[in-house]
Design a binder for this molecule. Sequence first.
Ligand code: C2E
Ligand code: MG
Ligand code: MG
Ligand code: MG
Length: 289
Amino acid sequence: AAKESGRARLAAYHPGMRRDAMSKLSVEAELRTAIRDGQLVVFYQPVVDLASRRIIAFEALVRWHHPSRGLLGPDEFIGIAEEANLIVPLGSHVIHEACRFISTHPDFSGRVLVNVSTKQIGSADLTRVVRSALTESGVNPSRLGLEITETGMLMASHAAKSDLEALTALGVDLVIDDFGTGYSALSSVLLNPVSGLKLAREFTLRLGDRSTGDRISIAMATLTMSLDMYGVIEGIETEAQYALARRHGWTYGQGFLFGHPTPEELITIDTDGTVHVPTGDRGAGLAVG
Ligand code: C2E
Ligand code: MG
Ligand code: MG
Ligand code: MG
């Protein structure tokens, strides 16, 4: 019940309210400084193999250690970064960090998935950024995945399409994020070289509703398999959701049940590759959800 009311509060809160109040320009200036001075840090949320519950990948999620406002989540600054043309340097920082994470944890054999926004694909040479991050860190391209929303895929310009193709040719995975919530879900799969998709948390919240929620989950898991893609179900918070996700045929999952977004220093990796993150409620991340 506490979770429900928390969610209701989040839904009622509009990020634009605070953004307008504090003057976008000052946030822009601060964000510029933040990128330069290393105030942006990357947290890592586990992706697990549902059958074994072993951590097989991480999603990189950016946070801002703001000097006076504390730890800020991406919803407070990604939009501003996009408008202020700061998303390219911000995104480049995250891609470099993700590659550095992989190269400094040789016992970790999984992938790191990095979120990229359309503007990164459209306005800058994402392929060049990715290639230089891989080269600098000596990381194999197959260890990196890029998450793009289906709307982002749709909006990607013609030039951006060739960027996506070049990235795939390089051996980097493209993954559709928040699948099912954007426009033209299926054409994003048809028109792009996609290797995986992540079912949006909106659907996970409806697991247990036999008339629609469960049927959509089953249909999406089946679609994923039919297309030879890998599927990740997002936002698993309860054992009941976990059990249903497995029953519906999902292979991989992500959510607070398995681990919050975690600062790198709290992650340990055994020599056999087993990954440990702190468990327990909101162990490490922001107090979201
Ligand atoms: P996303 O890529 O869909 O990431 C999932 C979001 O859901 C994350 O929020 C994560 O903390 C949260 N989450 C994960 N599991 C659960 C769960 O079980 N329950 C609930 N309630 N939430 C869960 P976060 O970190 O606040 O990120 C929000 C969005 O910001 C991301 O959504 C992504 O679109 C964007 N983002 C994050 N990092 C970056 C980045 O480096 N670059 C860009 N362009 N966007 C980013
Ligand atoms: Mg994502
Ligand atoms: Mg997502
Ligand atoms: Mg999202």
